[in-house]
Design a protein around this ligand. Structure first.
Ligand SMILES: [Zn+2]
Length: 106
């Protein structure tokens, strides 16, 4: 049985693509990535400059889209550590990288 796949997102790098893929799969949404294989075959471009497409089945597109929107909202609500510059999710009170308090002055 064939399924139609729809591209729902262009991730800026493989790392982002994989974290989004994991997030969607945790919600029982099947995800395929495109772009990675090509980059590896070319062997010249560093992984972080290659866009990676996220594809989901047409039947799951709507729910995937909703999850992505939630993800992006949560991302914007995060904060940047004044100590090391790391981006932290809004649910963290301490920097996951260096442990600095969210409200600490630089
Ligand atoms: Zn930090």
């Amino acid at each position: 049985m064939s399924q139609t796949w729809c591209k729902i997102y262009d991730a800026g790098n493989a790392l982002e693509a994989h974290s989004l893929k994991g997030m969607l799969e945790a919600q029982q949404i099947e995800v395929q990535l495109s772009g990675e294989g090509l980059a590896a075959a070319a062997g010249e471009l560093p992984a972080n400059v290659v866009e990676v497409g996220l594809w989901v089945k047409a039947s799951q597109q709507a729910s995937a889209q909703r999850l992505l929107e939630q993800y992006e909202r949560a991302d914007q609500a995060g904060w940047v550590c004044s100590g090391c510059g790391e981006h932290n999710g809004s649910q963290f009170e301490l920097c996951w990288r260096c442990g600095q308090d969210r409200l600490a002055e630089p």
